[in-house]
Design a protein. Structure first.
Length: 315
């Protein structure tokens, strides 16, 4: 009897161990399968991304080959230069989302004015934003690569010379002409012509918005501006304002944009930590600090906004 009891106990213990091992194995298998599912999901996502990237690369390669066959080495070098500029845009101007967020500040000037033309539309950040807000818009860019990128997004854009495109617009037919970080790439003598062409293309009540780096900031004018080797010269806001006024825009408003973050600016003296007899000097030094800080840093960009006098159609 005692031997049978011992055997029963051994069998029970053995069965428990088997059940435990089976449970551990089952749980482990479920966990492994879960990890595998997550892994395969990530792999699928990466493959989708690579497929999209490969389509873009093949499209660019096909365009480059077509150019080389049509125009030889010069066309191929032009295509390469455009790709280099596209890389500069991505690195120094920010992500498309960041740029769209900055451009959104102009929406109150644009809504309800009619069709807008974006000169130097680049990757189409402004065109996408305008489309989301019901603003009819089309872009022009001298870079075929930029235009291809816009068209892949379903945006209306054409490759060509900005001045020729603006001159071809029927007189008084546009509600807005906008251009973001383009005029610093133009020869000095071209800027006044651009403003006058915009005046002719705009309907009464239309708006011209030109955004550019701010040369009133020493850090921008002496350092940041030259990160982009395609920049020609900074555009002083007073000279740009004069071009607007001579063309006939009224009112003309300068909008300061993108102040430098506090971490980059000059520190202030903490007046509360000074003895009473030193506080007057501390206030004076802080005043000097403010003036020097505005001169060195201030705002990174500015925009000139001008309205063509007259009533908007339908207003």
């Amino acid at each position: 009897q005692r031997g049978e009891d011992v055997g029963a106990i051994v069998r029970e213990v053995h069965e428990r161990r088997l059940n435990h091992l089976e449970a551990v194995w089952r749980d482990g298998l479920v966990e492994v399968m879960g990890h595998n599912d997550a892994l395969f999901t990530r792999v699928d996502q990466k493959l989708d991304h690579l497929r999209r990237e490969s389509r873009v690369v093949w499209a660019k390669l096909g365009a480059a080959i077509a150019r080389a066959e049509g125009g030889g080495l010069a066309e191929l070098e032009k295509a390469h230069s455009e790709q280099v500029y596209l890389a500069l845009e991505r690195r120094f101007r920010g992500t498309e989302e960041e740029i769209a967020e900055r451009i959104a500040r102009y929406l109150p000037w644009l809504e309800g004015r009619g069709e807008a033309v974006d000169l130097g539309c680049g990757r189409g950040e402004a065109l996408e934003l305008f489309a989301r807000h019901g603003i009819s818009a089309r872009g022009v860019d001298s870079s075929a690569s930029m235009v291809e990128e816009c068209r892949r997004k379903g945006l209306t854009a054409e490759a060509g010379d900005l001045f020729e495109a603006l001159a071809a617009v029927p007189e008084g037919s546009l509600g807005a002409v906008v251009s973001f970080h383009v005029i610093e790439h133009l020869p000095a003598e071209s800027l006044d012509r651009l403003v006058r062409l915009a005046w002719g293309a705009l309907a009464p009540g239309g708006v011209l918005i030109l955004e550019t780096p701010n040369p009133l900031s020493v850090v921008v004018a002496a350092r940041n501006f030259w990160l982009d080797p395609t920049h020609r010269r900074p555009v002083h806001p007073e000279s740009l304002k004069l071009s607007y006024e001579q063309a006939g825009f009224d009112p003309v408003e300068r909008v300061d944009l993108r102040p430098f973050p506090d971490r980059d600016r000059l520190p202030e003296i903490d007046i509360d930590r000074l003895p009473d007899e030193a506080r007057a000097v501390g206030h004076h030094l802080n005043d000097l600090r403010d003036r020097l800080d505005d001169l060195l840093f201030g705002f990174q960009d500015y925009a000139m906004v001008g309205i063509k006098p007259g009533e908007l159609a339908g207003s």
